[in-house]
Ligand binder design. Structure first.
Ligand code: FCB
Length: 445
C-alpha cells in the first residue's frame, strides 16, 4: 500500500515533555512547573525539569530524525521561554533556541510543524488573569504568536495554534488532573471559549507574518464516541459526549457556531460560557488544515438508574489495551477521518499524533523489541491509507512520539517513543518500531 508522494512522515513532541532546562536562559515558570511541585499531582512526583534534556541535545535529536528518514517534525514552543512574564518583555535567548532548532531541521530537509501552545502556560498569566478562564489570556496568546512568527515566519510554513484544547479544558479545569489543577465545570467551559478565541485571534497574525506558503491550523484530539448498547439512553449520552468532545470544537471552528444541543444543555445547567458578539466570527476564521490526534475510541453508557444524561466510560475487557489503558481501535481512525471529511469539508487533514505506550525494556542484545508498537502503528496506518483511498485529503502522519518523554500526570513510566530514552544517561536507542517506521517511510507505505 503506497501513500501519496508528498505525504508527510513525521514524529511529534511537546516542549515541556522533552526539553528540560526549565531554569535556563531566562525561561519563566509555567503552570506545569508549578503543578508538578505539589506532591501527588504526578506519578512518583516527577516533573519535566530535566525530561529528555532536548534543550541541550537537539542536534543529536535532529540527527535521529534524519536516521529515521522523517521529512517532517512537529514540536511545540514554550511560551514562558519567549515571554517569561506572559506578555511584554521578549526573551531573545528563548527565540534563539527555536531559531537554531528550525535551522537544524531545514538543513536536514525536515519540515517544521510548530505548535504554539502545548499546555505550558506562563504561570504569571494564571496568577494575574486566572489563565484560560479569562479572555485576556487569548489576547496575550495573539501577542505571543506575533512575537514568535515575526522571528520564525520566514522559515516555518506550518503553524498549529493549539494542541488539544479539549484536554486543557477537561483535564486541567474540570477534573484537575492536569495543570492548572482546577475542578470547576463553569470555569472549564469558559476556558474552552477563551482557548477557541485565542486560536481565532492568532490565525490572522500568523498569516500576516508569514509568506505565501504559510499554512495555519489547529490540533484537536478527536475520537469516535460509541454507545455501549443500542438502547436510547446510551445513544443519547454517546451523542452528548461526542458533542462536548468533538462537535463543540469542530462546529465552532468550521461552522461558526457551537452545537445547539450542547449549548442548550449547558444553559440549562448554568454552565454556558459568556460569549461576546463577534466571537463566533473570530473563532471561525478559515484555516488551512486540521490536525487530528487520535489514540482510541470512547465507549459510554448511561449510568445505571440515574437521571438521563449522566454517563460513564465502558471498558471492553477482551480488547487489547495499551499501558495508558486505551483500547487499541484502529478502525476508529478511519471512521473519524471519513466523518470529519464528509461533515466539515476541510481542505487538508493531518494526523498530528497517534501512537502507543508499552512497558519497553532494553534487551540483552542492546535493542528494544517493541513488537506490539509495530503492530499498533501498522494497523493505524492501514486505516489512514484506507481513508486516503476513499478520497480523504490526509496529507501526513506524525507518530507520538519521537522520544520516550514526560507523559504529564503519568510521568516517565509511559514510554511512547519510537526512540527509547535511558533517563539516567540520556542515551537514545532506536526501538524496533523506529526501524520499522524508517522502512515504511523509505517504501512510502
Ligand atoms: C496527547 C498529548 C501529548 C501526549 C499524548 C500521549 O493527549 O497531546 O502531549 O501526552 O497524548
Amino acid at each position: 500500500m503506497r501513500f501519496p508522494n508528498h505525504f508527510r512522515w513525521g514524529a511529534a513532541t511537546a516542549a515541556y515533555q522533552i526539553e528540560g532546562a526549565v531554569n535556563e536562559d531566562g525561561r519563566g515558570e509555567s503552570i506545569w512547573d508549578r503543578f508538578c511541585v505539589t506532591p501527588g499531582n504526578v506519578h512518583n512526583n516527577e516533573s519535566g525539569a530535566v525530561a529528555d534534556d532536548h534543550y541541550h541535545r537537539y542536534r543529536e535529536d535532529v540527527q535521529l530524525m534524519q536516521e529515521l528518514g522523517l521529512n517532517a517534525y512537529r514540536f511545540s514552543i514554550a511560551w514562558p521561554r519567549i515571554l517569561p512574564a506572559g506578555r511584554g518583555q521578549v526573551n531573545i535567548a528563548g527565540l534563539d533556541f527555536y531559531d537554531r532548532l528550525v535551522d537544524a531541521l531545514l538543513a536536514a530537509n525536515i519540515e517544521p510543524f510548530v505548535t504554539l501552545y502545548h499546555w505550558d502556560l506562563p504561570q504569571v498569566l494564571q496568577d494575574e488573569f486566572g489563565g484560560w478562564a479569562s479572555r485576556d489570556t487569548a489576547t496575550a496568546f495573539a501577542e505571543y504568536a506575533d512575537v514568535v512568527s515575526r522571528r520564525l515566519g520566514d522559515r516555518v510554513d506550518n503553524w498549529i495554534t493549539l494542541n488539544e484544547p479539549q484536554v486543557c479544558v477537561y483535564c486541567g479545569h474540570e477534573e484537575g488532573i492536569h495543570a492548572p489543577g482546577l475542578r470547576d465545570s463553569r470555569l472549564a467551559w469558559q476556558a474552552s471559549h477563551s482557548l477557541l478565541l485565542a486560536h481565532g485571534m492568532a490565525v490572522p497574525v500568523l498569516r500576516a507574518n508569514g509568506g505565501t506558503h504559510t499554512n495555519v491550523g489547529i490540533t484537536l484530539n478527536l475520537a469516535p464516541v460509541h454507545p455501549a448498547t443500542t438502547i436510547d439512553e446510551d445513544q443519547f449520552v454517546a451523542n452528548m459526549v461526542d458533542g462536548g468532545l468533538n462537535r463543540w470544537y469542530l462546529d465552532s471552528i468550521f461552522r461558526g457556531s457551537y452545537p445547539n444541543d450542547i449549548l442548550n444543555l449547558l444553559e440549562y445547567k448554568g454552565l454556558a460560557p459568556r460569549v461576546m458578539s463577534g466571537d463566533a466570527e473570530i473563532i471561525a476564521v478559515p484555516v488551512d488544515f486540521l490536525g487530528i490526534n487520535n489514540y482510541s475510541r470512547i465507549l459510554v453508557r448511561q449510568k445505571a438508574k440515574e437521571t438521563l444524561g449522566t454517563w460513564e466510560f465502558v471498558k471492553v475487557e477482551e480488547a487489547e489495551h495499551t499501558m495508558m489503558d486505551w483500547e487499541v481501535y484502529p478502525t476508529g481512525l478511519y471512521e473519524l477521518l471519513v466523518r470529519v471529511h464528509k461533515e466539515y469539508q476541510i481542505p487538508c487533514l493531518y494526523v498530528t499524533e497517534n501512537g502507543a505506550a508499552f512497558s519497553d525494556t532494553v534487551s540483552e542484545d542492546g535493542r528494544v523489541h517493541d513488537e506490539r508498537r509495530i503492530n499498533f502503528l501498522r494497523e493505524y496506518l492501514l486505516q489512514a491509507h484506507r481513508a486516503i483511498a476513499e478520497g480523504v485529503p490526509l496529507a501526513g502522519y506524525f507518530v507520538w512520539s519521537l522520544l520516550d518523554n514526560f507523559e504529564w500526570a503519568k510521568g516517565y513510566q509511559m514510554r511512547f517513543g519510537v526512540v527509547y530514552v535511558d533517563y539516567t544517561t540520556q542515551r537514545r536507542i532506536i526501538k524496533d518500531s523506529g526501524y520499522w517506521y524508517r522502512e515504511t517511510i523509505a517504501a512510502k507505505g
